[in-house]
Design a protein around this ligand. Structure first.
Ligand SMILES: NC(=O)C1=CN([C@@H]2O[C@H](COP(=O)(O)OP(=O)(O)OC[C@H]3O[C@@H](n4cnc5c(N)ncnc54)[C@H](O)[C@@H]3O)[C@@H](O)[C@H]2O)[C@@H](O)CC1
Ligand SMILES: Nc1ncnc2c1ncn2[C@@H]1O[C@H](COP(=O)(O)OP(=O)(O)O)[C@@H](O)[C@H]1O
Ligand SMILES: [K+]
Length: 480
């Protein structure tokens, strides 16, 4: 599991560690790691032209000490001090002693730089870059310099991934001790470039603030049948989806559920002919969902249109996990969801989330973490917010947010969300907790899209068809 911790926790761990180490040792560890990454990026340090953008805090101190190390290895290092009287004095002295200098012509230095170290702000930064910093950062655009952010790209919010103004767009971010949530969550994640973690020995609490599943975690969660299995034990998924207008949504949700390892899929709705034509394995049912037979989870909503309210109400009343997506979300009553005893999983995209919260879509995009948490609280449910970094949170406000690392923009194609619903429904039916079902589904879905796409446009039915390949990939790590 890749974990990320908020600033408050990082600071507490730093204080505890600093109390046990000689003064300045922690910053030296950070600077050594930072200089090593810079050397790696540069290939050749001798003769390289490096500019340090130095703010008034310890983030600038890291940059100065790393600059000193690189200067000792033969780089030409120039520091641009944003607040000269408040720059880290010991760091500045170390840089000078190593042959580095304060830049006399900052813009000229930036134009000629091979590498720029962004040490303007780290975890102490709030709000976007200030005007003097904006001007300097802009001067680096259009040059060939590699931008390496120290700890975080300056201008992004460490705890939430929000970007409230201008921020540094880094090629590489070298972060210390632990990832911060903003390095995993968009829009900030997009500013960070490739993230390199430098261990500095922090001891962090067992529960993280944000976490991203990795191959091995997903492999351990995938339900795999054994000799005792039958189709009911593997999980039967009921799908209530599609309409005369959108029969395809039903087909795609069923595809996701079948490829997600359901023992059986029951379909209820007006698109039975289309579903059977594509997937003869489906058990179609003509009456209402309550009479469809045994089901271990329901997926309701994709392509349902406005006429699905009765079916939705019936499904919500069932005492099994229910996933609500798309049109189902619009028809959903928060009080009824909150009163359910079995789990509920909601899977909105930003537009749907905005409608449910009564805010503009842009507001959800800008504050994805706050939005998904607000929805989970409003509905007392697990919520998966789709998008460039899909987020999943459980109903408990203290539980870590899961961030899916596998997505690809090629997934932004009609119907791919329907596949995801069916897939997550199958994992719920197999008995996974909603947080796991949702985050494993998002992981497989993204991986399947990468398999199907390999850099070219992909359509939703191909994402469903590539799920077995993604599944096999993940299971393969258990053989290592
Ligand atoms: N505390 C420690 O032991 C360690 C800290 N480290 C570094 O220290 C950093 C945190 O240092 P600080 O707490 O000094 O905080 P920062 O260096 O992140 O920033 C604080 C300073 O920036 C100013 N500032 C805040 N927002 C700003 C904005 N939007 N534009 C311009 N200036 C702004 C503040 O007035 C303050 O002076 C970490 O991110 C990391 O880089 C590392 O050296 C590892 C060890
Ligand atoms: N820019 C992006 N990067 C990665 N994944 C994305 C991006 N945009 C959308 N997605 C993913 O594509 C899927 C689209 O689902 P959705 O919006 O419900 O579409 P539809 O309703 O057409 O099925 C979701 O899994 C979402 O996370
Ligand atoms: K920085």
């Amino acid at each position: 599991m890749r974990t990320a911790y908020c600033v408050e926790t990082v600071r507490a761990a730093e204080r505890e560690l600093m109390a046990r180490l000689p003064e300045g040792a922690l910053m030296q560890r950070a600077a050594a790691g930072l200089a090593a990454v810079c050397a790696d990026v540069l290939g050749r340090v001798t003769g390289a032209r490096i500019v340090l953008l130095v703010g008034s805090g310890d983030n600038g101190g890291d940059a100065l000490y790393a600059g000193a190390r690189l200067a000792r290895r033969g780089a030409g290092v120039r520091a641009v001090l944003l607040a000269p009287d408040r720059a880290h004095s010991a760091g500045l002295a170390a840089l000078r002693a190593a042959g580095g200098r304060v830049a006399e012509d900052p813009y000229g230095a930036l134009r000629a730089a091979d590498l720029v170290l962004d040490g303007i702000t780290g975890i102490g930064g709030h709000g976007g870059l200030r005007p003097d910093a904006v001007e300097l950062v802009r001067a680096t655009l259009g040059t060939d310099a590699v931008m390496v952010a120290v700890d975080l790209p300056s201008g992004v919010e460490a705890d939430t991934g929000e970007v409230r103004g201008e921020a540094v767009r880094a090629d590489v971010t070298v972060t210390f001790g632990t990832y911060k949530p903003g390095l995993l969550i968009d829009p900030a994640r997009d500013y960070a470039g490739a993230v390199r973690l430098v261990e500095i020995g922090l001891e962090l609490p067992p529960t993280a603030d944000a976490e991203a599943l990795q191959y091995r975690d997903v492999a351990g969660l995938l339900p795999v049948p054994d000799a005792e299995s039958d189709k009911y034990r593997r999980g039967v998924v009921g799908v209530v989806a599609g309409s005369a207008r959108y029969p395809g949504a039903a087909v795609l949700a069923v595809a996701g559920a079948l490829r997600g390892g359901a023992g059986a899929v029951r379909y209820v709705g007006p698109a039975a002919d289309a579903v059977i034509a594509r997937f003869p394995e489906t058990l179609v049912h003509q009456g209402p969902p309550g009479k469809a037979g045994r089901v271990q989870s329901w997926v309701v909503g994709p392509g349902l249109g406005d006429s699905g309210r009765d079916f939705l109400d019936e499904v919500i009343a069932e005492d099994v996990p229910v996933l609500v997506d798309a049109d189902g979300l619009r028809l959903l009553d928060a009080a009824r969801v909150r009163s359910r005893t079995a789990p509920t999983l909601l899977t909105p995209h930003a537009g749907e989330a905005a409608a449910l919260l009564g805010v503009a879509r842009e507001q959800v995009e800008a504050a994805r973490l706050a939005s998904v948490r607000a929805l989970a609280e409003k509905y007392g449910a697990t919520v998966l917010l789709k998008g460039s970094t899909t987020l999943v949170v459980g109903p408990h406000p203290e539980s870590p947010v899961r961030v899916n690392p596998t997505g690809t923009p090629w997934l932004a194609t009609a119907g791919s969300g329907d596949v995801l619903s069916g897939l997550a429904g199958a994992l719920l039916a197999a008995g996974l907790e909603p947080l796991d079902a949702a985050s494993v589904a998002a992981y497989l879905h993204g991986l399947a899209a990468r398999h199907a796409s390999r850099g070219a446009p992909v359509i939703a039915s191909e994402v469903a068809a590539a799920l077995p390949a993604a599944w096999r990939d993940i299971r393969d790590v258990l053989r290592d």
